[in-house]
Design a protein around this ligand. Structure first.
Ligand code: ADP
Ligand code: MG
Length: 335
């Protein structure tokens, strides 16, 4: 059914540099487990398994190259009124937050990630558009910042950040939207949000966040409202490796539920179902408008070069491959 279609699903992989925390355990001659077959620009191979995607970035790609290739096209769509999502997922420590630019620190141009770059492009465009004399309705830019933790959504910019916005099965009406006029406003929002996030140390990374974070940039013009969701998913590593029990183990289960929820939504759309299982996970409930007809979705799969992460890297790439297979069905082809 045509009206059920997402406009485009793109899948990219970024290889992280060697993690400094693992350098001591890294043999001096250790080479990355990820190889790039010659004459196959969008393929990589790990342990003899070859995977191909829309884009493959090796560990030398810069933040600006990644943005220009992968995310700038989404910004153009948002400015034309479409809902878009850029979502990073992968094992902890593989550069998801780095790539997405969730940092509340002012970063140099070299390290600046997706969020501030998107905002700059959007502000530049709206400023120019609003200056046109015959423009009766200005374009206004806002940002919201929410967190999904243990299948509950929390508004990180609200006065009471402990009160959940929504749980699974409930309707999600959105978080606090703050006006954004410049990078300083964004930095303030990121700082406030970061302060309010649930963070729990694991064996993988002492700052590993056990929750999904979603920064949304809203462009409003009169009745029109387009959203760009920038999603930094919690580490996808199996619960076994994080060495956590009890509450933290339950968190691990919920994390996988969010990722699987996205795949189920994509599968269900591509099969032409009329009932899409958005309510099966809070992540898909929150992203519902941006995972439906006319929207654009880009997945950034972050992977580790370390031999000790081999099995996690392969399972992360297998997930990406399954998402790619869904997208290859005629229902989700590119326009
Ligand atoms: P994740 O969010 O996936 O757990 P982070 O984004 O926190 O991982 O990255 C882990 C560490 O590696 C951070 O200190 C980050 O700045 C650094 N890092 C990740 N990717 C890169 C990169 N491509 N270039 C430079 N530093 C990076
Ligand atoms: Mg992170």
């Amino acid at each position: 059914m045509d009206s059920q279609k997402i406009n485009s699903v793109l899948i990219a992989v970024r290889e992280a540099p060697f993690r400094t925390t693992l350098i001591s355990s890294k043999r001096p001659d250790e080479k990355s487990i990820i190889h790039y077959p010659e004459n196959c620009p969008n393929a990589l191979s790990v342990d003899g398994n070859v995977f191909s995607f829309d884009y493959v970035f090796n560990s030398t790609v810069t933040q600006s190259e990644l943005y220009d290739t992968l995310v700038h096209p989404l910004v153009l769509k948002v400015l034309s009124g479409y809902d878009c999502t850029a979502l990073a997922y992968g094992q902890t420590g593989t550069g998801k937050s780095y790539s997405m630019g969730m940092s509340a620190e002012k970063l140099t141009d070299e390290h600046m990630g997706v969020v501030p770059r998107c905002l700059q492009n959007i502000l530049d465009h709206t400023c120019l558009a609003n200056q046109k004399e015959n423009n009766p309705l200005p374009k206004l830019v806002y940002a919201s910042y929410i967190e999904i933790y243990n299948e509950r959504a929390y508004d990180l910019l609200a006065l009471d950040t402990e009160k959940p916005l929504a749980s699974r099965g409930q309707r999600f009406t959105g978080g606090t939207c703050k006006p954004v006029r410049n990078q300083q406003d964004l930095l303030h929002i990121l700082m406030l949000g970061t302060k309010n996030r649930h963070v729990r140390p694991t064996n993988m990374n002492k700052n590993s966040s056990r929750s999904h974070a979603i920064v949304t940039i809203h462009v409003r013009q009169g009745q029109s409202h387009a959203r760009l969701n920038i999603v930094d998913l919690a580490g996808s590593e199996s619960v076994r490796r994080t060495g956590n029990e009890g509450v933290a183990r339950a968190e691990g289960v919920y994390i996988n539920m969010g990722l699987l929820g996205i795949n189920k939504v994509l599968l269900s759309m591509s099969a032409g179902h009329t009932l899409i299982p958005y309510r099966d996970s809070i992540l898909t409930t929150v992203l519902q408008d941006s995972l439906s007809a006319g929207a654009y979705l880009t997945l950034l799969t972050c992977v580790s070069p370390h031999a000790s992460d081999l099995s996690e890297t392969i399972s992360t790439l297998r997930f990406a491959k399954s998402a790619k297979q869904v997208k290859l069905s005629p229902q989700l082809s590119h326009r």
